[in-house]
Design a protein around this ligand. Structure first.
Ligand code: ACO
Length: 333
């Protein structure tokens, strides 16, 4: 007897939401000793969005999720799994996914968060894939959502210029689907020997917040920028090659690469290593800064809605983040 055909999994809808409040580089010049020129030349970022007071990560995620469900033509009761990638959850527990389940009315869904920093959305896609391939899930909502502004030290010019808030979502479905975009390959990796170069050190069990240490703001982002830069270029380039090999295609066959939107110079360096043209790379970081786990999800939705993807196109997604973590996925649009 021959083996049953492998279960295929597809993206069937995309959505995103970025908060209304825009903070430009000129606005940041009023807060710390920096310039629009420094931020633009070092990162490519021109502005970022900040969530309103009282707007939590789950609020951003729920709006993005509803937009993805509308795009997919899927109702909330069809969703059987919700995975949210975030490093800025509403609270330690319950998970942000539980709040989103309630907000969108997806009462049939199992819901949980994963933490893999800026690679989280692609880690979540991999988990969704595995859940569908095992037969445990059929229709999955995968969300990347962040309110990083909560965890920024607004006196640290080296980090506060980099980050923003937002959320992006996709609906995935198992089996052959009309107009579905098939996930062809994924590549994930972790290097726990470099946990120190990018982190929010305080507020957890290792370093609880106390009246004594709170003034040092250990509950905000700490980053060794140059080391992160080097690691990001190496890990993302290598992961792209692995995902392409697994998919059996070359970089010339790629229509679009959506890399984690942290820094234009990182994306340019990866493009140079892989021999990609400017036309093949998607950039929206000038509008949003680094939104961590939401970054690729927002960019994917924008690329979809802007008509940058046509049926049959090969799309490569690639991310890198704290951990260190990295991940890639090839999708046949
Ligand atoms: N405005 C003006 N000057 C600044 C600023 C600022 N906002 N920030 C730092 N500087 C100064 C520094 O104080 C330093 O001054 P000095 O030479 O007098 O000491 C000088 O600029 C150079 O600082 P570096 O940190 O060496 O600057 P670099 O060229 O490395 O750029 C940056 C910094 C943009 C953070 C870069 O290292 C980078 O992009 N790293 C990648 C990190 C990244 O993208 N992180 C996002 C997180 S990764 C992820 O997504 C999880």
């Amino acid at each position: 007897m021959s083996d049953p055909p492998p279960i295929v999994t597809s993206i069937i809808g995309t959505g995103s939401y970025t908060p209304e409040r825009v903070m430009s580089n000129a606005d940041i010049e009023k807060i710390v000793d920096t310039t629009d020129e420094w931020i633009t030349t070092r990162t490519g970022i021109k502005e970022r969005r900040l969530a309103a007071d009282g707007e939590a990560t789950s609020d951003l995620a729920a709006i993005a999720a509803r937009r993805a469900m509308d795009d997919a033509g899927v109702s909330a009761d069809e969703i059987d799994l919700i995975i949210i990638a975030t490093i800025s959850p509403d609270m330690f527990f319950p998970s942000t996914a539980c709040f989103v389940q309630q907000k969108i009315g997806a009462q049939n869904a199992v819901a949980y968060d994963i933490s893999a920093a800026c690679s989280g959305f692609l880690f979540a896609i991999q988990q969704a894939n595995q859940s569908m391939c095992s037969g445990a899930s059929k229709t999955v909502l995968v969300i990347g959502a962040e309110k990083l502004s909560t965890f920024i030290n607004w006196e640290d010019r080296a980090t506060c210029v980099l980050f923003g808030d937002g959320a992006g979502a996709i609906v995935m479905r198992s089996g052959e689907v009309k107009n579905g975009h098939k996930v062809i390959s994924t590549d994930l990796g972790t290097d726990g020997s470099k946990t120190d170069i990018l982190k929010i050190p305080g507020g957890g069990s290792a370093l609880p917040l106390t009246c004594e240490n709170i003034s040092e703001r250990p509950n905000t982002i700490y980053m060794e920028g140059q080391e992160v830069f080097k690691q990001a270029v190496t890990a993302m380039s290598r992961s792209c090659v692995h995902a392409l090999e697994k998919a059996g295609i070359t970089q010339e066959e790629l229509s679009l690469v959506i890399a984690h939107q942290a820094n234009k110079r990182i994306i340019d360096a990866i493009a140079k290593r892989l021999g990609l043209s400017e036309k093949q790379t998607f950039i929206n970081l000038h509008k949003y800064g680094n939104t961590s786990a939401a970054s690729i999800a927002i960019a994917l939705d924008e690329a979809n809605r802007e008509g940058r993807l046509a049926p049959g196109d090969n799309l490569l997604l690639v991310a890198f983040g704290a951990g260190l973590t990295w991940a890639s996925a090839v999708v046949k649009w």
